[in-house]
Every structure is written in C-alpha cells, then in structure tokens.
Design a protein around this ligand. Structure first.
Ligand code: NAD
Length: 343
C-alpha cells in the first residue's frame, strides 16, 4: 500500500506508528481531520489483524468516523483513533498499556485516547500513569453507555416527529436487538416514555432483566427482525442492516446505537427505497463521545446530558434537510459535517 496516496486521497493528516521494544508495543494512531480540535477516539486492541496494512487502514477508517461523529455533535474535537496490534504470544498487559501511555503522551495532545473494543477501563488506568491525554476514566465520567442510550432516545423522538407526526414515544412499538451496556438503559428510557418494547439478545439473562425490570417482551432475533413495529433499534453488532436482514424488516424507521449499522452504503439506499427512514448511527449514538468530551472539558454529568439532549435537534435538522433535498439522511449528515469542516 502507498501510505501517502492513501492518506492524501482520504483527507488524512497523519499516521503515527508507535513502538516499544521492551513491551512489544505496536500501536498505530490514525489522525483524520483536527480542524475543530484535538483528535478524540478510543483505542482498539486486537491480536487478529491479518497484516500491518490492515491495522493501519482500520485505524485511519475509524479516525475518519470520529471526525464525523464529533463534528456533527458540535464537539471541539477532531478525528483520531488508535489500534494496538497485540502480541500473539504471552505479554505483560500492564507494561504494554503503560508504554502505550508514553506513546500517547509523545503526541503532545494532538490525540486523546479512551476505551474501545478490546480495551477496558483498567487498561486506561495503566495508560493514565504516563499521559494526561486519556478520558473515560473510572472515577471521572465512568461508563458512557447510559448517556449514549439517552441520546438514542432523543434521536428516536426526533424520528417520531418526522415519521409519525409526534415527538413523544408513548405507545410506539420499538424492537431492540442487543440489550447490553447501551441496549439495556435504552429499554429503560423507552419504558419510562411509554413505548412498547420487544427485545432479543443471545444473552438470556439480559433478556430476562429487560422483561422483569422494564416490561419488555422477549422474542428470538429472527422474530424481532420479522415483526411489524414502528422503529427498529440495532444495539448489538455492526452490519445489522444487510442482505439477509433488510428484506425482513417491517418497520418505518431504523434508529439505534450500534456503530456501522449499514453493511454497505447500498443498504442505506435500499432502506430508502422501502420507505424506511434510516437515522445515521453516528448521529444517534454520539452520547458516549459527548460524555468523554465533557470529561476532557471538566466532567459535569448534567452538562453531558444537556449536550446529548441536543441530538434531537441534530436529527431534526438531518431529517428536515433530507426531506427538502431528496438526499438520504446519512448523506445529509455527511454533508453537514463537510460544510462545518469547510467553513
Ligand atoms: P455490549 O457488548 O455491552 O452489548 C451488545 C449486546 O448485544 C450484548 O448483550 C450481546 O449479548 C448482544 N449480542 C451480540 N450479538 C448478538 C446477536 N447476534 N444477536 C442478539 N444479540 C447479540 O455493547 P454496547 O456497549 O452495548 O454497544 C452496543 C453497540 O453500540 C456496539 O455496536 C457499539 O459499538 C455501539 N456503541 C456503544 C456506545 C457505548 O456508549 N457503549 C457508544 C456508541 C456506540
């Protein structure tokens, strides 16, 4: 791969390759656009990258996603993301993440890290021993998932305004796939707002909790995808909207927390053709990023929720512009970001 061509074509600013021979650290920090502020994005740690090129491409792709998520949410941050290629054999996790902390510090604040797939709050404690450029710490903002769930609820209310002509969720039929860290508090929020909720998860204990605590109805994943409802909220894995699932859907809107819900842009087009309103995932699920950005600014839970509240206005604007322009919501969201970056 020609790195310079890839960076130039994708509008990336930099890729940092950071190593430590003592700990076996092999980390990549991808930087996309930092016009609006320092890059803020999690660290993904995996042992399964097929090649170094794959890891670099992943870090850059994820960094680009952070530029868009931060800009659309109106945060003073840009796109940065880290990938650690974990050693295949045994290694000292504490020392590895401490050395990653030193590597993050060496970037002088251009990049602020936090937790992501494959890293834990404990890992961030080791990182923090050697850098101040880390957020999502246990005794500061803690788990961002409830804020993410609150933001998704606000996104759903804005969606209801456009699709059903009312912005309350009372009686709305919502299906939630995945009742984990975000899905569960989302079910709670929906229950409190009087929505009728159906849930499915491979984890039976989580489903039981949603049923007992929040009056949800349990169904199998297949039943959930096929059932007639108003809104489908994917809250498990990426690629939830694909060739297998899309033809089954009998909903009017898709609005959930999962990242990268559309397997390909073509699936967004197919949703639109079927008259299903797709709420761009990175707009709806920005609450977690809002929470850690608030930690960077000086954590205040009320301020984080106040900003997440504004996800309603973002979705309202996206859906209004989509209707007026004939573009799909995800295209409009990208356009809003590109306008902000060009301004
Ligand atoms: P999680 O791992 O806590 O929850 C995911 C849930 O989905 C689990 O309960 C799991 O059992 C279930 N699941 C997995 N595969 C399934 C399947 N095939 N069928 C049914 N259920 C399945 O993760 P999370 O933190 O709740 O995140 C969920 C999604 O939201 C992810 O895509 C994540 O990237 C995205 N997201 C999370 C946050 C956050 O604040 N946690 C913020 C933004 C985006």
């Amino acid at each position: 791969m020609s790195y310079f061509t890839h960076l130039l074509e994708g509008g990336y600013e930099a890729v940092h390759l950071l190593t430590d021979s003592k700990t076996g650290l092999r980390a990549i920090v991808g930087m996309h656009n930092t016009k609006l502020g320092p890059g803020l994005g999690g660290t993904r740690a995996l042992a399964t990258y097929a090649s170094e090129d794959d890891a670099v491409i992943d870090a850059l792709r994820l960094a680009r996603g952070m530029t868009y998520k931060a800009a659309l949410a109106g945060l003073p941050h840009g796109g940065g993301k880290a990938v650690i290629m974990l050693p295949k054999g045994p290694f000292d996790r504490v020392k590895l993440f401490e050395s990653f902390g030193r590597a993050v510090e060496s970037l002088g604040g251009r990049y602020i890290t936090t937790e992501d797939s494959g890293t834990s709050p404990d890992d961030m404690e080791y990182v923090r021993r050697h850098t101040k450029y880390v957020v999502g710490l246990k005794e500061r903002s803690g788990d961002p998932s409830p804020v993410t769930a609150f933001g998704v609820t606000r996104a759903m209310e804005a969606t209801a305004k456009h699709v059903f002509g009312r912005s309350d969720l009372k009686g709305l039929r919502v299906t939630v796939l995945g009742v984990g860290h975000v899905g569960m508090p989302l079910v709670k929020e929906l229950h409190e707002r009087g929505a009728k909720v159906w849930v499915s998860d491979v984890n039976a204990a989580s489903v039981e909790h949603a049923v007992k605590q929040y009056g949800a109805t349990a169904v199998t994943p297949d039943e959930l995808l096929r059932m007639e409802a108003d809104v489908y909220a994917p809250c498990a894995l990426g690629g939830a909207i694909n060739d297998t699932t899309l033809p089954l859907l009998k909903v009017k809107a898709v609005c959930g927390a999962a990242n990268n819900q559309l397997l390909t842009p073509g699936h967004g087009e197919q949703l639109a053709q079927r008259g299903i309103t797709y709420v761009p995932d990175y707009a709806a699920n920005a609450g977690g990023l809002i929470n850690v950005a608030q930690e960077w600014a000086g954590y205040d839970r009320a301020k984080a929720y106040a900003r997440a509240e504004r996800i309603f206005d973002t979705i309202d604007e996206v859906l209004t512009r989509a209707k007026a322009s004939g573009l799909r919501p995800e295209q409009v969201a990208d356009r809003i970001v590109e306008e902000k970056l060009a301004a």
